[in-house]
Design a protein around this ligand. Structure first.
Ligand SMILES: [Zn+2]
Length: 170
């Protein structure tokens, strides 16, 4: 029910109702976009679930958060302080694709590089290959300079990480 202020002309009233509807719609869209899936807290709870399911609880992230669109990678993990960052670009991908990225970054808490041990961990997530294919497709369509098969870039030095952070805050 909408309470319309008294003494409005029918035209004012229509305009006012339209404004209210627009405002509610905008709020609903914001909620749908940002949460609950879109919140940092939701990322953390999902990351913990996935760690329990696939990585034998081999370490939870100390922090995990959405960051502004990253041009060259989908996510990053800094094993030294257990921080995981996830690109805003992944807000709209299917849940299982986001799950893969989270498992990938969680596995880096145990194995920093992309060696066989690392992939043995990640491949416990059953849809790893499909998700990697999906991300390669997104990267190709959006002409992103994200190398095929590379979810992130752990070859980066710490200095590179900081340079990247500058880009992220924009
Ligand atoms: Zn990686």
């Amino acid at each position: 029910m909408v309470l319309v202020p008294a003494r409005m002309s029918p035209a004012d009233e229509q305009r006012w109702v339209r404004q209210m509807v627009d405002r509610v719609t905008a709020r609903e869209q914001a909620v749908a976009h940002r949460g609950p899936r879109g919140s940092d807290a939701a990322l953390m709870s999902r990351a913990r679930e996935l760690a329990d399911l696939y990585l034998q609880s081999g370490g939870y992230p100390a922090s995990i958060r959405w960051v502004g669109t990253m041009r060259t990678r989908w996510a990053s993990c800094t094993p030294a302080d257990g921080a995981i960052r996830v690109s805003d670009r992944l807000r709209d991908v299917p849940g299982w694709v986001l799950d893969y990225v989270l498992v990938h970054e969680l596995a880096h808490l145990q194995v920093p590089g992309h060696n066989a041990d690392f992939w043995a961990l990640v491949n416990r997530f059953p849809r790893t290959e499909r998700a990697r294919g999906y991300l390669d497709g997104v990267s190709a369509v959006a002409a992103l300079p994200i190398a095929p098969d590379l979810t992130d870039d752990d070859e980066l030095t710490d200095d590179d990480e900081l340079t990247d952070d500058d880009e992220l805050t924009g």
